[in-house]
Design a protein around this ligand. Structure first.
Ligand code: ADP
Length: 290
């Protein structure tokens, strides 16, 4: 099975005519809350991909926001290893979505920032660990080390981009990044050069509507995107990561797992919300059969 260890948030989203300038108050409309956080989004995608037992290690605050965060994961069939952090708030994001397409986001990581190496649960039954960089880097490094030593396949979605210590890369079998993250991490703007610059067994770069490409060992793969009417690309990258690792854990080879991840993440763009937009197994099958 897959263990996703990472961030979980509740996003507070308001639509407005424009993003407020410093000191300005803007009257918004259409307030809604959405469960988010890269870790939780990826866990939902992994569980909904079908067939891969999925658990998530997450941190919850001492507040009312913990309940909807948990509920969304449970509804998707994710098993929870939840650490309740005394005196912390749950992770939240305040999102202003402007009509001109701009957005402004403030994140308070809260409990996510309190995750420590010793929060990793026992790894019995875990074949794949999926990590992101929204939890403290020393913690991510420690989790990757423990899992790697236990013979577990470690996948890292290096987002948000930051410098990756050699010791972390050494413990990863798979790195997943988008184009901006690849450039930030490697300093390379050429994709092939970027893929080659990272000394990890497999590296996947997502290319938005164009799909993705990968280097697996010395082999290069290209998976074109699936054409869809995209209305909200929030969570596309997270869906991609969750479904890719779900596929690998079920024994799919990279070409098939990348194809499935591309189809699922394209469908995620056709629905609003990061977790609510994640398609189910049947919907992905239908797109793959076209
Ligand atoms: P991120 O959201 O992390 O920046 P990308 O924009 O590269 O990542 O998107 C991740 C994946 O989602 C892509 O590899 C692709 O499969 C899918 N995707 C994203 N945008 C579109 C789109 N407009 N149409 C179809 N697929 C898309």
């Amino acid at each position: 099975g897959v263990l996703v260890a990472g961030s979980a948030n509740l996003d507070f989203v308001v639509r407005a005519a424009h993003v407020p300038a410093p000191g300005e108050t803007v009257l918004g409309r259409g307030f809604a809350t959405f469960p988010g956080g890269k870790g939780a989004n990826q866990a939902v995608a992994c569980a909904r991909a079908g067939g891969a037992p999925t658990r998530m290690l997450l941190a919850l605050g001492d507040d009312a926001h913990a309940a909807p965060i948990e509920a969304s994961l449970r509804a998707a069939g994710v098993g929870l290893d939840a650490v309740r952090m005394r005196g912390e708030s749950s992770g939240v994001a305040f999102v202003c979505l402007a009509d001109d397409g701009e957005n402004a986001i403030t994140v308070a990581p809260g409990a996510n920032a309190a995750l420590r190496p010793d929060h990793l649960p026992p790894l019995a039954g875990v074949s794949h660990l999926l990590l992101q960089l929204e939890t403290p880097l020393p913690t991510v490094k420690a989790w990757a080390r423990v899992a790697c030593r236990a013979g577990i396949h470690v996948a890292l979605n290096a987002a948000p981009a930051q410098a990756l210590p050699r010791s972390l890369l050494d413990d990863c079998q798979l790195l997943i990044v988008n184009e901006g993250e690849l450039a930030a991490i490697t300093g390379e703007h050429d994709i092939t050069a970027g893929l080659d610059a990272l000394d990890v067994a497999a590296v996947v770069v997502t290319l938005g509507a164009r799909g993705c490409c990968a280097r697996v060992g010395s082999q290069y793969l290209l998976q074109p995107g699936f054409a869809v009417d995209a209305i909200d690309t929030t969570g596309a990258g997270d869906t991609f990561c969750g479904v890719l690792v779900a596929g690998l854990s079920l024994g799919l080879a990279y070409p098939a797992a990348l194809r499935r991840a591309s189809a699922a993440s394209a469908l995620a763009c056709t629905r609003l919300g990061a977790q609510a937009g994640v398609p189910g197994y049947e919907q992905v099958q239908r797109l793959l059969a076209v």
